[in-house]
Write a protein that binds this ligand. Structure first.
Ligand code: SAM
Length: 287
C-alpha cells in the first residue's frame, strides 16, 4: 500500500498533482467520493445488483472503489470480488465492509490490482465495471487488454456488463476547457470542512479521446480559512462503435445494448449512457 501524501493546495494558484487522486489517501476526490450527489443518488446500482443476483455469482467488480455497488451485491447474498488499483479507495471500502453483518462480509473479497492484468485463479459468472470504470483505461489497447484478462476469468455462460457515457465530451469540440459547472449543494465532512465542488473537462493533446476531468474543490476549514484545490482524473471517451470493436478484439460480443439503467434500448442520438451486456464469443470465434 502506498503512504498518504499531502494534498497540495494554495490560495492563489491551485496545484494539480500528477499522480491519480484516487491513489492519495487525503485527496479530496477520495475523501468526498461517498458524499457526492451523483454517487448517492445514482440510477445504476439496482440494475447491477439485479444482474449479479440473476448470475448467481460469483461476481467480479473491476474498479470497485469504495464499494457503492459491491456492498449492495454482497447484501443481496451474492459472492463478489472487488479489484481496484487504488488502496485509498479500497481502504474506504474496507471500513464500510467491517460495519456490515458477518453474513454480508463473508460474501466479499477485496483485491488490490490493475484491471488490465490480474490473475485471480478462479472463474466468475459476471464481471462488471460500473460508473464509467472502463473510462480509466486510456487507450484502445488497454481496454482490449482488460477485457481479454476478464474473458480468461469467465465461467461458461458468464456475462460482462459496464457503462460508459454516450456523448462525446464537449471539450473535444472547441479548444480550451469547458466552463466550470457547480455541483448541487455543499459537502460537509465529519472533520468540519465544508466543500463546494466544480467540474470541467479539458481535452489532452497526447491521445485521441483522452481528457482530464478536472474538479475544483473550494474548501472552508473549520476555522473559516478558505482554499481551493484542483484535482484531475484522466479519462477516455470510447464511442459506441469502438466499444463493439474492442469487445470483438477481446473475444466478446454484445448480448444487449441499453441506453440507460431502466434497460431502454440504446439510441445513438438520445441516450445519455451506453450500458453494455456482453458474453464470450462461441469458442473458435475469438481473437
Ligand atoms: C469512478 S470510481 C468507480 C468506483 C465504483 N465502481 C463505483 O461504482 O462507485 C473508479 C475506480 O476505478 C479505479 N481504477 C482506475 N484505474 C484502475 C485500474 N487500472 N485497475 C483497477 N482499478 C482502477 C479507481 O481507483 C477508482 O476506485
Amino acid at each position: 500500500m502506498r503512504g498518504a501524501d499531502a494534498s497540495e493546495s494554495c490560495n492563489a494558484v491551485p496545484a494539480i498533482p500528477d499522480s491519480s487522486p484516487y491513489e492519495r489517501h487525503d485527496s479530496l476526490t477520495v475523501v468526498t467520493y461517498d458524499h457526492l450527489e451523483i454517487v448517492r443518488n445514482r440510477a445504476d446500482v439496482g440494475s447491477y445488483v439485479d444482474l449479479a443476483f440473476r448470475s448467481g455469482g460469483p461476481v467480479l467488480e473491476l474498479g470497485c472503489g469504495t464499494g457503492e455497488v459491491l456492498l449492495p451485491i454482497a447484501r443481496a447474498g451474492v459472492d463478489v470480488v472487488g479489484i481496484d488499483i487504488a488502496s485509498p479507495m479500497l481502504d474506504r471500502c474496507h471500513v464500510k465492509l467491517i460495519r456490515e453483518s458477518p453474513s454480508v462480509r463473508r460474501h466479499v473479497e477485496l483485491v488490490r490490482g490493475d484491471m488490465r492484468r490480474f490473475d485471480l485463479d478462479r472463474s466468475f459468472a459476471l464481471a462488471i465495471a460500473p460508473f464509467g470504470g472502463f473510462m480509466h483505461l486510456l487507450t484502445h489497447d488497454d481496454q482490449v487488454k482488460c477485457l481479454r484478462t476478464v474473458v480468461g476469468h469467465l465461467a461458461a455462460g458468464a456475462r460482462v456488463a459496464f457503462d460508459v457515457p454516450n456523448r462525446r465530451p464537449r471539450c473535444f469540440d472547441a479548444p480550451g476547457p469547458t466552463d466550470w459547472r457547480a455541483d448541487d449543494g455543499q459537502i460537509s465532512l465529519a472533520d468540519g470542512r465544508r466543500i463546494a465542488r466544480f467540474t470541467r473537462s479539458v481535452a489532452r493533446d497526447e491521445g485521441p479521446q483522452v481528457f482530464d476531468f478536472e474538479v475544483a474543490f473550494e474548501v472552508v476549514e473549520p476555522d473559516g480559512r478558505a482554499n481551493r484545490v484542483i484535482e484531475r482524473v484522466p479519462l477516455r471517451y470510447t464511442p459506441p462503435a469502438e466499444i463493439e470493436q474492442i469487445l470483438g478484439e477481446a473475444g466478446l460480443e454484445i448480448e444487449n445494448l441499453y441506453g440507460g439503467f431502466d434497460h431502454q434500448p440504446f439510441d445513438a442520438c438520445r441516450s445519455d449512457d451506453v450500458v453494455v451486456v456482453a458474453r464470450a464469443l462461441p469458442s473458435g470465434e475469438g481473437p
